[in-house]
Design a protein around this ligand. Structure first.
Ligand code: UFG
Length: 326
């Protein structure tokens, strides 16, 4: 397949580009490098452009296309930041994706894999969240992604755009070869923060945001899914779209929840020493528990995560953080 990867210089997009090249697919990356890294684009042609510029998108789709598939990773994706600056989230995630969809329609492109998120669900109503769970986001980030999920249904019915929205639970880990990994500025995610604090040594301050949640140890529970398992799901979703219409959505997670304290303990086992932390106030917009039921992605796309053990996931991230190349 020939694939346009929007946001391919970012954490998840770059891992997908590597997986695409390993399966002999051809990719072109578009990224504005606002959070992505030019050094992470190693398996694709690179074009610097912004999804807020619809004319550029139309030009790229015309000049570089036609593409068999578009994958869209350009988004603001931090829950806390979205509470403080919702305008940024609605502009980038909603307006930007509308630009892309309109550019696709204008140039005759009709297949999209869209990065969605577990944040569309809001407070869990049952232990494991499947695709039928109600979507009542509790932060603007989740709301912006839910809005686009709804738009995708309408664009399918009216303009024939076929799509798969993949709702990631907590993406983590790194390329096991150590060529690329997770690098955000500033870093807000739990696993990189734990590992960076371990590298920085005793003086580093790892913060645990809240220990009075209604969970067994009082800290938030999440479902951690390796970035390469997300990559394989995107490729399967792209293949599915070659023969299936509709605007579908699938949850992607391991189906196992780990509390913040359990992740810190698992990281300590990987590194071989205890990791110090302090307990701080809870972070606005954090639901207490988010764990997936991802069976539908297995049944319909044929997806199976390979990294099912939290310590082996953390080990790939540890390998990256010790030798970061960008
Ligand atoms: N946490 C800490 N200390 C840190 C960082 C995080 O205690 O230094 C806690 C958070 O409060 C949360 C958990 O660790 O309880 C996981 O936090 P992350 O920031 O790693 O991930 P989030 O759950 O906030 O968000 C991620 C993605 C979102 C997605 C969400 C779905 O970044 O895009 O998962 O649950 F929406």
């Amino acid at each position: 397949m020939k694939i346009l990867v929007l946001g391919g210089a970012g954490y998840i997009g770059s891992h997908i580009c590597k997986a695409l090249s390993q399966q002999s697919h051809h990719s072109v990356v578009v990224d504005n490098l606002s959070t992505g890294h030019r050094e992470a684009v190693r398996w694709s042609r690179f074009i610097e452009a912004d999804i807020l510029d619809r004319d550029s998108l139309i030009r790229i789709l015309q000049d570089e296309g036609p593409f068999d598939l578009i994958m869209h990773f350009c988004a603001k994706s931090l829950v806390g930041e979205s509470m403080q600056n919702p305008a940024l989230y609605y502009r980038n995630n909603v307006v930007g994706t509308l630009n892309l969809l309109d550019a696709m329609v204008a140039t005759g492109h009709d297949k999209l894999v869209f990065s969605s998120t577990a944040a569309v669900f809001g407070m869990p109503e049952k232990e494991l969240i499947d695709e039928q769970h109600s979507r009542l986001p509790i932060n603007p980030y989740g709301q912006s992604k839910k809005m686009i999920e709804d738009v995708l249904g309408d664009y399918h019915d009216a303009y024939g755009v076929k799509s798969v929205a993949l709702r990631y639970f907590n993406a983590c880990g790194a390329d096991p070869d150590g060529e690329i990994g997770e690098r955000h500025e500033p870093e807000t995610h739990l696993i990189p923060n734990i590992l960076k604090s371990a590298i920085a040594g005793k003086t580093a301050e790892l913060k645990v945001f809240g220990d009075k949640y209604p969970t067994p140890d009082g800290t938030c529970i999440r479902d951690y899914i390796h970035v390469n398992d997300l990559a394989s799901a995107h490729i399967l979703a792209g293949e599915y779209l070659q023969t299936h219409a509709g605007a579908s959505a699938f949850n992607l997670g391991n189906g196992n929840g780990f509390s913040v304290l359990q992740v810190i303990e698992a990281a300590g086992n990987v590194i071989g020493r205890d990791i110090a932390y302090t307990v701080e106030a809870p972070r606005a917009g954090d639901p207490p528990i988010l764990v997936s039921d991802a069976r539908q992605a297995g049944e319909i796309l044929g997806w199976q995560p390979v990294y099912t053990d939290i310590e082996s996931i953390i080990a790939t991230a540890w390998h990256w953080h010790q030798n970061e190349t960008f």
